[in-house]
Design a protein around this ligand. Sequence first.
Ligand code: NAP
Length: 253
Amino acid sequence: MSLKRLTGRIAVVTASTEGIGFAIAQRLAEEGAKVIISSRKQKNVEKATQLLLGKGLDVTGLTCHVGKQEDRQRLFEEAKKKGGLDILVSNAAVNPVVTPVLDCPEESWDKIFDINVKSSFLLAKEALPLLKLSKAGRIIFISSIAGFQPSEFLGVYGVTKTTLLGLVKAASLQCARDNITVNSICPGLIETKFSDAITSNEEILKTALPSIPLQRVGKPGDISGAAAFLASDDGAYVTGENIVISGGMTSRL
Ligand code: NAP
Protein backbone atom coordinates (compact mmCIF):
# COMPACT_ATOMS: atom_id res chain seq x y z
CA MET A 1 0.00 0.00 0.00
CA SER A 2 1.40 3.41 -0.92
CA LEU A 3 0.12 6.86 -0.12
CA LYS A 4 -0.06 9.39 -2.94
CA ARG A 5 1.96 12.15 -1.31
CA LEU A 6 4.12 13.01 -4.32
CA THR A 7 1.63 13.55 -7.10
CA GLY A 8 2.87 16.35 -9.35
CA ARG A 9 6.47 16.17 -8.05
CA ILE A 10 9.49 15.44 -10.23
CA ALA A 11 12.40 13.43 -8.86
CA VAL A 12 15.92 12.54 -9.94
CA VAL A 13 17.37 9.45 -8.25
CA THR A 14 20.96 8.54 -9.09
CA ALA A 15 22.30 4.97 -9.16
CA SER A 16 18.72 3.77 -9.26
CA THR A 17 18.69 0.72 -11.49
CA GLU A 18 19.04 -1.69 -8.59
CA GLY A 19 19.32 -1.98 -4.83
CA ILE A 20 18.41 0.91 -2.56
CA GLY A 21 18.23 3.48 -5.38
CA PHE A 22 15.83 1.32 -7.36
CA ALA A 23 13.59 0.80 -4.32
CA ILE A 24 13.55 4.55 -3.66
CA ALA A 25 12.74 5.33 -7.31
CA GLN A 26 9.91 2.79 -7.27
CA ARG A 27 8.47 4.11 -4.00
CA LEU A 28 8.60 7.77 -5.11
CA ALA A 29 6.87 6.82 -8.35
CA GLU A 30 4.26 4.73 -6.50
CA GLU A 31 3.51 7.82 -4.44
CA GLY A 32 2.80 9.73 -7.66
CA ALA A 33 6.13 11.35 -8.59
CA LYS A 34 7.54 11.42 -12.10
CA VAL A 35 10.94 9.81 -11.57
CA ILE A 36 14.11 10.00 -13.65
CA ILE A 37 16.12 6.88 -12.96
CA SER A 38 19.72 6.34 -14.00
CA SER A 39 22.97 4.47 -13.68
CA ARG A 40 26.10 3.95 -15.75
CA LYS A 41 25.10 0.98 -17.89
CA GLN A 42 22.50 1.29 -20.63
CA LYS A 43 21.34 -2.32 -20.25
CA ASN A 44 20.69 -1.80 -16.52
CA VAL A 45 18.81 1.42 -17.26
CA GLU A 46 16.65 -0.30 -19.87
CA LYS A 47 15.86 -3.25 -17.60
CA ALA A 48 14.92 -1.10 -14.60
CA THR A 49 12.91 1.35 -16.70
CA GLN A 50 10.92 -1.44 -18.35
CA LEU A 51 10.25 -3.06 -14.97
CA LEU A 52 8.84 0.14 -13.49
CA LEU A 53 6.93 1.15 -16.64
CA GLY A 54 5.42 -2.35 -16.53
CA LYS A 55 4.01 -1.52 -13.10
CA GLY A 56 2.31 1.52 -14.61
CA LEU A 57 4.75 4.00 -13.02
CA ASP A 58 5.82 7.30 -14.60
CA VAL A 59 9.57 6.84 -15.02
CA THR A 60 12.20 7.83 -17.57
CA GLY A 61 15.57 6.14 -17.74
CA LEU A 62 18.88 7.77 -18.68
CA THR A 63 22.49 6.68 -18.42
CA CYS A 64 24.45 8.76 -15.91
CA HIS A 65 27.84 8.17 -14.36
CA VAL A 66 27.65 10.60 -11.46
CA GLY A 67 31.33 11.47 -11.86
CA LYS A 68 30.68 12.95 -15.33
CA GLN A 69 29.45 16.52 -15.56
CA GLU A 70 27.75 16.06 -18.93
CA ASP A 71 25.86 12.98 -17.63
CA ARG A 72 24.64 14.83 -14.53
CA GLN A 73 23.57 17.73 -16.73
CA ARG A 74 21.43 15.39 -18.85
CA LEU A 75 19.44 14.40 -15.76
CA PHE A 76 18.56 18.01 -15.05
CA GLU A 77 17.78 18.76 -18.71
CA GLU A 78 15.32 15.86 -18.62
CA ALA A 79 13.80 17.18 -15.39
CA LYS A 80 13.37 20.61 -17.01
CA LYS A 81 11.58 18.99 -19.95
CA LYS A 82 9.18 17.39 -17.48
CA GLY A 83 8.49 20.75 -15.81
CA GLY A 84 11.21 21.20 -13.16
CA LEU A 85 12.74 19.41 -10.20
CA ASP A 86 11.40 18.88 -6.69
CA ILE A 87 13.41 15.97 -5.31
CA LEU A 88 17.07 15.01 -5.71
CA VAL A 89 18.20 11.69 -4.26
CA SER A 90 21.99 11.28 -4.48
CA ASN A 91 22.57 7.59 -3.97
CA ALA A 92 25.69 6.52 -5.90
CA ALA A 93 28.73 5.29 -4.02
CA VAL A 94 31.74 3.09 -4.67
CA ASN A 95 34.08 1.10 -2.52
CA PRO A 96 36.88 -0.31 -4.68
CA VAL A 97 39.31 -1.18 -1.87
CA VAL A 98 39.07 -3.28 1.25
CA THR A 99 41.83 -1.92 3.50
CA PRO A 100 42.25 -0.20 6.84
CA VAL A 101 42.03 3.53 6.31
CA LEU A 102 45.72 4.40 6.46
CA ASP A 103 46.65 1.61 4.05
CA CYS A 104 44.44 3.03 1.29
CA PRO A 105 46.40 4.05 -1.83
CA GLU A 106 46.13 7.75 -2.65
CA GLU A 107 44.47 7.16 -6.02
CA SER A 108 41.78 5.00 -4.37
CA TRP A 109 41.18 7.70 -1.74
CA ASP A 110 40.65 10.19 -4.59
CA LYS A 111 38.30 7.88 -6.50
CA ILE A 112 36.15 7.05 -3.47
CA PHE A 113 35.94 10.71 -2.46
CA ASP A 114 35.19 11.77 -6.07
CA ILE A 115 32.15 9.52 -6.37
CA ASN A 116 30.84 9.35 -2.81
CA VAL A 117 31.35 12.97 -1.78
CA LYS A 118 32.26 15.28 -4.67
CA SER A 119 29.59 13.94 -7.02
CA SER A 120 26.96 14.33 -4.28
CA PHE A 121 28.13 17.89 -3.68
CA LEU A 122 28.08 18.68 -7.41
CA LEU A 123 24.66 17.10 -7.97
CA ALA A 124 23.21 19.22 -5.15
CA LYS A 125 24.96 22.35 -6.44
CA GLU A 126 23.77 21.77 -10.00
CA ALA A 127 20.22 20.92 -8.90
CA LEU A 128 19.91 24.02 -6.74
CA PRO A 129 18.68 26.50 -9.40
CA LEU A 130 15.84 24.10 -10.31
CA LEU A 131 15.05 23.19 -6.68
CA LYS A 132 14.75 26.90 -5.86
CA LEU A 133 11.82 27.08 -8.29
CA SER A 134 10.02 24.24 -6.48
CA LYS A 135 7.55 24.93 -3.69
CA ALA A 136 8.97 21.99 -1.74
CA GLY A 137 12.55 21.27 -2.79
CA ARG A 138 14.22 18.23 -1.27
CA ILE A 139 17.80 16.95 -1.27
CA ILE A 140 18.37 13.49 0.13
CA PHE A 141 21.86 12.02 0.33
CA ILE A 142 22.36 8.32 0.96
CA SER A 143 25.06 8.03 3.60
CA SER A 144 25.60 4.90 5.73
CA ILE A 145 25.80 3.54 9.24
CA ALA A 146 29.52 3.34 8.36
CA GLY A 147 29.55 7.14 8.57
CA PHE A 148 28.93 6.75 12.30
CA GLN A 149 30.58 3.45 13.01
CA PRO A 150 33.31 2.62 10.47
CA SER A 151 34.32 -0.93 9.86
CA GLU A 152 38.08 -1.33 9.91
CA PHE A 153 38.43 -2.73 6.40
CA LEU A 154 36.07 -0.29 4.72
CA GLY A 155 38.11 2.57 6.14
CA VAL A 156 37.96 5.33 3.54
CA TYR A 157 34.40 4.44 2.53
CA GLY A 158 33.35 5.18 6.12
CA VAL A 159 35.19 8.52 6.07
CA THR A 160 33.32 9.56 2.90
CA LYS A 161 30.02 8.67 4.51
CA THR A 162 30.91 10.70 7.64
CA THR A 163 31.72 13.60 5.30
CA LEU A 164 28.20 13.43 3.87
CA LEU A 165 26.78 13.92 7.38
CA GLY A 166 28.64 17.24 7.49
CA LEU A 167 27.52 18.16 3.98
CA VAL A 168 23.91 17.69 5.12
CA LYS A 169 24.40 19.99 8.11
CA ALA A 170 26.12 22.74 6.09
CA ALA A 171 23.86 22.60 3.00
CA SER A 172 20.68 22.50 5.08
CA LEU A 173 21.57 25.93 6.52
CA GLN A 174 22.10 27.43 3.08
CA CYS A 175 19.01 25.83 1.53
CA ALA A 176 16.58 26.62 4.33
CA ARG A 177 16.02 30.15 3.06
CA ASP A 178 14.62 28.67 -0.15
CA ASN A 179 12.44 26.17 1.73
CA ILE A 180 14.61 23.31 0.45
CA THR A 181 15.26 20.59 3.01
CA VAL A 182 18.52 18.64 3.05
CA ASN A 183 18.79 15.32 4.87
CA SER A 184 20.52 11.99 4.59
CA ILE A 185 19.44 8.44 5.14
CA CYS A 186 22.06 6.20 6.71
CA PRO A 187 21.26 2.55 6.01
CA GLY A 188 22.66 -0.30 8.06
CA LEU A 189 23.39 -3.63 6.43
CA ILE A 190 20.96 -3.94 3.51
CA GLU A 191 20.72 -6.93 1.17
CA THR A 192 21.97 -5.69 -2.22
CA LYS A 193 24.74 -6.46 -4.68
CA PHE A 194 26.90 -3.90 -2.83
CA SER A 195 26.78 -5.89 0.41
CA ASP A 196 26.74 -9.31 -1.24
CA ALA A 197 30.16 -10.34 0.09
CA ILE A 198 28.73 -10.07 3.62
CA THR A 199 25.07 -10.99 3.22
CA SER A 200 25.55 -14.08 1.06
CA ASN A 201 28.38 -15.53 3.14
CA GLU A 202 26.93 -17.45 6.06
CA GLU A 203 30.13 -17.39 8.11
CA ILE A 204 30.61 -13.61 7.78
CA LEU A 205 26.89 -13.02 8.34
CA LYS A 206 27.03 -14.98 11.58
CA THR A 207 29.64 -12.54 12.90
CA ALA A 208 27.68 -9.48 11.66
CA LEU A 209 24.22 -10.33 12.99
CA PRO A 210 25.01 -9.92 16.73
CA SER A 211 25.66 -6.21 16.06
CA ILE A 212 22.11 -5.80 14.67
CA PRO A 213 19.59 -5.76 17.53
CA LEU A 214 16.70 -6.59 15.17
CA GLN A 215 18.67 -9.69 14.18
CA ARG A 216 18.15 -9.45 10.46
CA VAL A 217 19.69 -7.88 7.39
CA GLY A 218 17.56 -5.04 6.00
CA LYS A 219 15.88 -4.93 2.59
CA PRO A 220 15.93 -1.99 0.16
CA GLY A 221 12.22 -1.59 0.98
CA ASP A 222 13.20 -0.83 4.59
CA ILE A 223 14.88 2.35 3.29
CA SER A 224 12.55 3.60 0.56
CA GLY A 225 9.67 4.60 2.85
CA ALA A 226 11.90 7.04 4.72
CA ALA A 227 12.91 8.65 1.42
CA ALA A 228 9.24 9.07 0.47
CA PHE A 229 8.50 10.58 3.89
CA LEU A 230 11.35 13.10 3.57
CA ALA A 231 10.30 13.96 0.01
CA SER A 232 6.67 14.50 0.94
CA ASP A 233 4.89 17.28 2.82
CA ASP A 234 5.00 14.99 5.89
CA GLY A 235 8.75 15.68 5.97
CA ALA A 236 8.46 19.43 5.37
CA TYR A 237 9.82 20.41 8.81
CA VAL A 238 12.71 17.94 8.83
CA THR A 239 16.04 19.34 7.69
CA GLY A 240 19.70 18.93 8.56
CA GLU A 241 19.07 15.39 9.83
CA ASN A 242 20.99 12.18 9.25
CA ILE A 243 18.40 9.47 9.69
CA VAL A 244 19.76 6.06 10.62
CA ILE A 245 17.83 2.98 9.48
CA SER A 246 19.94 0.10 10.69
CA GLY A 247 17.89 -2.34 12.73
CA GLY A 248 19.36 -0.76 15.85
CA MET A 249 23.08 -0.84 14.98
CA THR A 250 25.10 1.65 17.01
CA SER A 251 25.00 5.11 15.47
CA ARG A 252 26.90 7.55 17.66
CA LEU A 253 29.81 9.56 16.36
P1 NAP B 1 23.81 -1.72 -5.40
O1 NAP B 1 22.63 -2.58 -5.13
O2 NAP B 1 25.11 -2.38 -5.68
O3 NAP B 1 23.40 -0.73 -6.59
C1 NAP B 1 24.32 0.13 -7.08
C2 NAP B 1 23.66 0.98 -8.18
O4 NAP B 1 24.55 2.05 -8.43
C3 NAP B 1 23.46 0.25 -9.48
O5 NAP B 1 22.25 0.70 -10.05
C4 NAP B 1 24.66 0.72 -10.32
O6 NAP B 1 24.32 0.59 -11.70
C5 NAP B 1 24.80 2.15 -9.83
N1 NAP B 1 26.10 2.81 -9.91
C6 NAP B 1 27.28 2.35 -9.44
N2 NAP B 1 28.24 3.27 -9.66
C7 NAP B 1 27.65 4.34 -10.23
C8 NAP B 1 28.11 5.61 -10.69
N3 NAP B 1 29.39 5.97 -10.61
N4 NAP B 1 27.22 6.47 -11.23
C9 NAP B 1 25.92 6.12 -11.33
N5 NAP B 1 25.43 4.94 -10.92
C10 NAP B 1 26.28 4.07 -10.39
O7 NAP B 1 24.11 -0.71 -4.17
P2 NAP B 1 23.26 -0.35 -2.86
O8 NAP B 1 23.63 -1.28 -1.78
O9 NAP B 1 21.84 -0.17 -3.23
O10 NAP B 1 23.91 1.05 -2.48
C11 NAP B 1 23.25 2.29 -2.72
C12 NAP B 1 23.73 3.31 -1.71
O11 NAP B 1 23.43 2.83 -0.40
C13 NAP B 1 25.22 3.60 -1.73
O12 NAP B 1 25.41 4.97 -1.49
C14 NAP B 1 25.76 2.81 -0.54
O13 NAP B 1 26.93 3.37 -0.01
C15 NAP B 1 24.58 2.95 0.41
N6 NAP B 1 24.56 1.94 1.47
C16 NAP B 1 24.38 0.63 1.18
C17 NAP B 1 24.37 -0.30 2.24
C18 NAP B 1 24.15 -1.78 2.02
O14 NAP B 1 24.33 -2.55 2.99
N7 NAP B 1 23.76 -2.20 0.84
C19 NAP B 1 24.55 0.14 3.55
C20 NAP B 1 24.73 1.48 3.80
C21 NAP B 1 24.74 2.39 2.74
P3 NAP B 1 25.42 0.62 -12.89
O15 NAP B 1 26.37 -0.52 -12.64
O16 NAP B 1 24.61 0.45 -14.16
O17 NAP B 1 26.07 1.96 -12.81
